[in-house]
Design a protein around this ligand. Structure first.
Ligand code: SF4
Length: 904
């Protein structure tokens, strides 16, 4: 079995590692497993900062729900999982894959992997599938996140290159954030921009987003453009730059090609400002302000993220942005360039090793016979796949159609995250053999696994990741892996050996794999491929273990590269960057009478992906505890739904139930649902099931931001909240959502119909038998109100409240009752009343997760102490003083209080 070198460190020695969440890739310092993690002050990405997710990493280390041993499922008895040993599990994977390949060919099998994997895991998975199984059917969940950026980079630059680095955001005089709620999705980078804006208030920020997100807190200009009009907006910019002679003619002439066609297209499609303003649903004044700022600001960085990439025209959107940077010669210069922000911690690492089905490895391409030959010889792999494999959506379609008969899913949850996710679930049911490697035992995807393989988690595994600025950092182990969890690279290599390729998979450590990866990047590379790690070749195990963060390319030991392409030489056959003519298109599915709204999806501040990790951290569950749908108040009125009520959101592909939040931050006609909730945390909340499976024809990235939808009231007769230290019986609830607290579960729920005996019903739901003596209850049958609480050994064990509307006790106050070692008589009375009796006021729902400061506490402090700015709130309550992600919310509360005072 594999054991990492780092895991052997002294248990109390500080370990420098990296955060496993977003693409910022912050450095993390772990002093001991018993103390909270801290930001690594030496890491170039964050210089000691962490957002709330990173700060709460220590809360996610528990073993509850972990997959600890290989398990086999019999489809005839799906709930009866059988523990097997690793040898049996590995033999079975190899035998089933070998048999499928022998009977149906190599393209009948597939791997579906993840941007959560370490580069070394990714490398081995890719090598096994493309080099030795002989198929390119390996794709990654990064397909859903940044594959449009990859395709756009390749078209413009010739290689998948992010030219700049994070420092450019601090050097820029204009930062344009497109399709990115940076404040919530990349909080530490956002805080770097905030700090620079405070230092240089003249620095300008433009936010391009249909929603008014917390990121707009920082914006000098917000462009709430019509969904899907980004290509027109940037074509308009290109045409405007040309009309005003604001380009860099010398640069365009010397370093690019294709400008005439791109300009002609831009002029034809977006040259008329009035028509363009109408198309983007923006004022002409706003358009001109943006264009003028862009034209006159040499140091401009344009950050783009999922709002750009996740579209049927994502690649064109990327190129429309890059066109404007090429036209002004602003690529790869300090404080200047286009910048793709990746969602996941190792999306970039996956791109390096060929985790996408349409790339080979080390930025080598299928389309070039010489490059295929190069990889084949390097790996000594005579069966190297010769053509690209299936991209994620197509791959699961092929499985649904019976063409993919065996699949190995590693570190991802496609039944939640892919579009048309119910069809993905059905595809897995139809697939003959499903292997899932994961950290947790029960996910929406693992329910369909024939074999479950336990993987090492963050803090246990060892390797490297590459963040959005090309910075390679070590992820180091600081605790022993529990049970029989293994590194993913080891499991893949063992299967490779059993498939008859022992010589190619003899790795004894992650370090050996990294060395091979570095060697491949340098192999027959005379400078034509910019991805080059030759300066990291031959690192000894100790040097690898001690490797400090470094941005690629690394051509000399210890010398990384901050920026690329700034010299105007591009890895194209003619050395020139390419303009791409981008014709604006409408989203694939227009709204209709049946589906009159546009469903947009995205992340929230304190959760990550499908919540398998963040969902277990009590700190992170408090901010937004339920699945919700944001609706403009005007649409709520016309669609017959109310703020705070439950609604069913439906599309042609599926439906879910979520809490309605009326928000003027949305444009009329648009609704927003977060991507995180799934069957483990709510009865009916997988938004992937609703998303249309339309993809960009070039990148294969799905259109997550535009699905026609409708919304209607989800009628219920009563609703409630319960907290319990035990499990509950959920089948009697029409709807529920669960939040994990420290040793306690909180459920919001709703039900229909009359309940004859509330007491019996409550006991049944809470699993409390009649013999439990310490049970108190309050009934107001006439008003449909019921309260109950159960105690064990003097502590609160469970409590449950039902009311006909959502007028229920403060959740924060209830949660605090569970922190008490003993419940006094007065507390029992309060619990029965559902409100504190003569006690301190309730602090309200959490706003600042880092310091656990509630809304009511902030509002009280603003009023009582006449606080005027977020800084004063921080000085008074600490709120907003760590990661800063809640500062926009605090600013909103300050504005609300000021408004209330003015009108009183
Ligand atoms: S910004 Fe937050 S989630 Fe992203 S890497 Fe840094 S600490 Fe982790």
């Amino acid at each position: 079995m594999a054991r990492s070198r780092s895991a052997m460190r002294a248990a109390n020695a500080p370990v420098l590692t990296t955060c496993p969440y977003c693409g910022v890739g912050c450095g993390v310092r772990v002093d001991s497993v018993k103390t909270p993690v801290r930001g690594d002050e030496q890491h170039p990405a964050n210089a000691g900062r962490l957002c709330v997710k990173g700060s709460a990493l220590g809360e996610t280390l528990g073993l509850d729900g972990r997959l600890l041993y290989p398990l086999r499922r019999d489809r005839a008895a799906p709930d009866a999982l059988q523990r097997i040993d690793w040898n049996a599990a590995l033999d079975e994977v190899a035998a089933r894959f070998a048999r499928t390949i022998a009977e149906h060919g190599p393209d009948s099998v597939a791997f579906y992997v993840s941007g959560q994997l370490l580069t070394e895991d990714y490398y081995v998975a890719n090598k096994l599938m493309k080099g030795f199984i002989g198929s390119a059917n390996i794709d990654t969940n990064s397909r859903l996140c940044m594959s449009s950026a990859v395709a756009g980079h390749k078209r413009a630059f010739g290689e998948d290159i992010v030219p700049g680095c994070y420092e450019d955001f601090e050097l820029a005089d204009l930062v344009v954030l497109v399709g990115s709620n940076t404040a919530w999705c990349h909080p530490v980078l956002y805080q770097r921009i905030v700090a620079e804006k405070e230092r240089r208030p003249q620095m300008r920020i433009v936010v391009v987003d249909p929603r008014h997100t917390p990121t707009c807190d920082l914006a000098d200009l917000h462009l709430p453009l019509a969904p899907g009009s980004d290509v027109a907006l940037f074509n308009g910019l290109l045409a405007w730059l040309a009309r005003h002679d604001a380009g860099d003619r010398d640069y365009v002439e010397a370093h690019t090609q294709g400008v005439d066609a791109a300009l002609a297209c831009a002029q034809a499609t977006a040259g008329d400002l009035d028509a363009l303003a109408a198309r983007c649903e923006l004022t002409r004044d706003k358009l001109e302000t943006f264009y003028r700022w862009f034209a006159e600001t040499e140091k401009t960085v344009t950050l783009f993220s999922q709002g750009v990439n996740q579209s049927r025209q994502g690649t064109d959107k990327v190129n429309a942005i890059i066109n404007c940077h090429l036209y002004t010669g602003r690529v790869g210069k300090p404080g200047s360039g286009p910048f793709s922000m990746t969602g996941q911690p190792n999306a970039m690492g996956g791109r390096e090793v060929g985790g996408l089905s349409n790339t080979l490895a080390a930025h080598l391409e299928f389309s070039d016979a010489q490059q295929r030959d190069c990889v084949s010889r390097f790996w000594n792999a005579p069966r190297l796949a010769s053509t690209p494999g299936l991209k994620a959506v197509d791959l699961f379609d092929a499985m649904h159609a019976g063409h993919i008969k065996a699949v190995w899913i590693i570190a991802t949850n496609p039944v939640v995250s892919l579009p048309d996710a119910d069809r993905v679930r059905e595809a897995l049911r139809r697939c003959d053999f499903v292997v899932v490697s994961d950290v947790v035992a029960s996910t929406d995807t693992s329910r369909h696994a024939d074999l479950l393989l336990p993987a090492q988690a963050w803090g246990e595994k060892d390797g490297t990741v590459t963040n959005s600025e090309r910075c390679i950092s070590r992820q180091r182990a600081f605790r022993a892996a529990p049970g029989e969890a293994q590194p993913d690279w080891w499991v893949l290599a063992e299967v490779g050996k059993r498939l008859g390729h022992a010589g190619a998979f003899t790795y004894a450590s992650a370090h050996e794999i990294f060395d091979e990866h570095a060697r491949l990047s340098a192999f027959e590379n005379d400078g034509e491929r910019l991805f080059d790690l030759r300066g990291l070749v031959g690192l000894g195990a100790a040097a690898y273990d001690a490797l400090a963060p470094i941005r690629w390319p690394v051509l000399q030991p210890g010398q990384g590269s901050d920026r690329l392409l700034g010299d105007g030489r591009f890895p194209m056959p003619d050395g020139r960057a390419a303009f791409v003519a981008t014709e604006p298109q409408r989203p694939a599915h227009p709204v209709s009478a049946a589906f009159p709204l546009i469903l947009n999806t995205g992340r929230v501040r304190d959760q990550w992906h499908t919540m398998t990790r963040t969902g277990t951290a009590p700190t992170l569950g408090a901010h937004l505890p339920e699945p919700f749908v944001d609706v403009h108040p005007g649409d709520a009125l016309t669609q017959g739904v109310r703020d705070g009520a439950l609604a069913r959101v439906s599309t042609e592909w599926g439906s879910l139930v979520a809490r309605v939040r009326c928000r003027t931050e949305l444009r009329r006609g648009q609704i927003f649902v977060p991507i995180h909730w799934n069957d483990q945390f709510a009865s009916d909340a997988r938004v992937g099931a609703l998303v249309n499976p339309v993809v960009d024809p070039i990148s294969g990235e799905p259109e997550f931001k535009h699905t026609p939808a409708r919304i209607e009231d989800f009628g219920f007769d009563w609703c409630g909240v319960l907290f319990t230290r035990g499990d509950i019986e959920r089948t009697q609830l029409a709807w529920w959502a669960r939040v994990q607290l420290a040793g306690v579960q909180r459920y919001e729920f709703a039900g229909r119909g009359a309940v004859a005996d509330r007491g019996a019903w409550a006991r049944a739901v809470l699993g409390i038998d009649d013999a439990t003596p310490d049970w108190i209850e309050y009934r107001d049958e006439a008003n449909g109100v019921y309260h109950a609480a159960a105690f064990r050994e003097g502590r609160l064990h469970a409590c449950l409240y039902i009311a006909p509307s959502s007028a229920l006790p403060s959740r924060q106050w209830l949660a605090e009752r569970f922190e008490r070692a003993r419940i006094t008589g007065r507390d029992r009375l309060s619990l029965l009343a559902g409100a504190p009796v003569g006690a301190a006021a309730d602090d309200g729902p959490l706003v600042c997760s880092c310091f656990r400061v509630g809304r009511n506490a902030i509002v009280r402090a603003i009023r009582e102490r006449a606080l005027k700015s977020p800084k004063e709130v921080t000085a008074c309550l600490k709120a907003g003083g760590n990661c800063g992600s809640c500062v926009p919310e605090i600013r909103g509360l300050l504005a609300d209080c000021a408004l209330a005072e003015e009108s009183s």
